[in-house]
Write a protein of this length. Structure first.
Length: 207
C-alpha cells in the first residue's frame, strides 16, 4: 500500500461517542513506551513532519486518535496501557475507553498490537490479546524495536514469543521505526484487513 494522504480527524474520549466517519477502522494498541507513535509516523511516511505525537513521557495519548489514510480507512491510535505513574482512576478510564471501543459493532475491523522485542510480554499484553480473541477481532502482532536485537537474539526471541503467546507465525511482524524494516509487510496486512471489510483502499498501489 502506498500512502498518499493522511489527515488527523479528531480524538474520541468516550467509547460510545459518534465516530468521525464510516470508513473501516484499524486500531493500534500497546504498552506505553512501546514505540507506537514512532511506528505510526514511520508507516504513514511522516518521519520528518510527524503526525502522531512522540513524547518523552509515556502515557500521553489519553483518547482514541483517528487518522484518515488515503480517504479509505481510519488508523486509530489507542491509549498506551501500563503507565505506572498515571493515577489508578485514569488507567481504569483508559481501559473502559479501549475495551468499550473495541467491543463496538462499528469499531475496529482489525487491531495491530505492539510488543517491544526487548521486553517480555506483560500481563496487559496477554489480557489484550485474549480480549481480542474473545471478540474475534483479526489481530496482527507487531514486534517493535527489532533493530535493537542482534541477529542471533532475534532467532531466539521471535519463536519464543510466538510459542509463549500461542500465536500463528503469520500474525507476527518484526518491525523497526528506525530502519523501516517490516513496514511493507505491515502495510500489506492493513490493506488485507480493510479489504476484508468489503472496502478497497483508494489511491493505493503495491509499494
Amino acid at each position: 500500500m502506498k500512502v498518499r494522504t493522511v489527515e488527523f480527524c479528531g480524538t474520541v474520549v468516550v467509547h460510545d461517542a459518534t465516530m468521525p466517519g464510516n470508513l473501516p477502522q484499524i486500531a493500534f494498541s500497546g504498552r506505553s513506551n512501546v514505540g507506537k507513535s514512532s511506528l505510526i509516523n514511520r508507516i504513514l511516511g511522516r518521519t520528518k513532519k510527524k503526525i502522531a505525537h512522540v513524547s518523552a513521557t509515556p502515557g500521553k495519548t489519553q483518547g482514541l486518535n483517528f487518522y484518515e489514510v488515503n480517504k479509505a480507512f481510519f488508523l486509530v491510535d489507542l491509549p498506551g496501557f501500563g503507565y505506572a505513574r498515571a493515577p489508578e482512576h485514569v488507567r481504569a478510564e483508559w481501559r473502559t475507553l479501549v475495551e468499550g471501543y473495541l467491543a463496538r459493532d462499528d469499531g475496529a475491523c482489525g487491531v495491530v498490537h505492539l510488543i517491544d522485542a526487548r521486553r517480555d510480554p506483560t500481563s496487559q499484553d496477554r489480557d489484550m490479546l485474549a480480549y481480542l480473541a474473545q471478540l474475534g477481532t483479526p489481530t496482527v502482532v507487531a514486534i517493535t524495536k527489532i533493530d535493537k536485537l542482534s541477529w542471533q537474539k532475534r532467532k531466539d526471541v521471535l519463536p519464543e514469543l510466538i510459542r509463549e503467546l500461542g500465536l500463528d507465525p503469520e500474525q507476527v511482524i518484526p518491525l523497526s521505526s528506525k530502519t523501516g524494516e517490516g513496514r511493507d509487510e505491515l502495510m500489506d496486512a492493513l490493506e488485507t484487513l480493510v479489504e476484508a471489510q468489503g472496502e478497497t483502499p483508494e489511491d493505493t498501489a503495491d509499494a
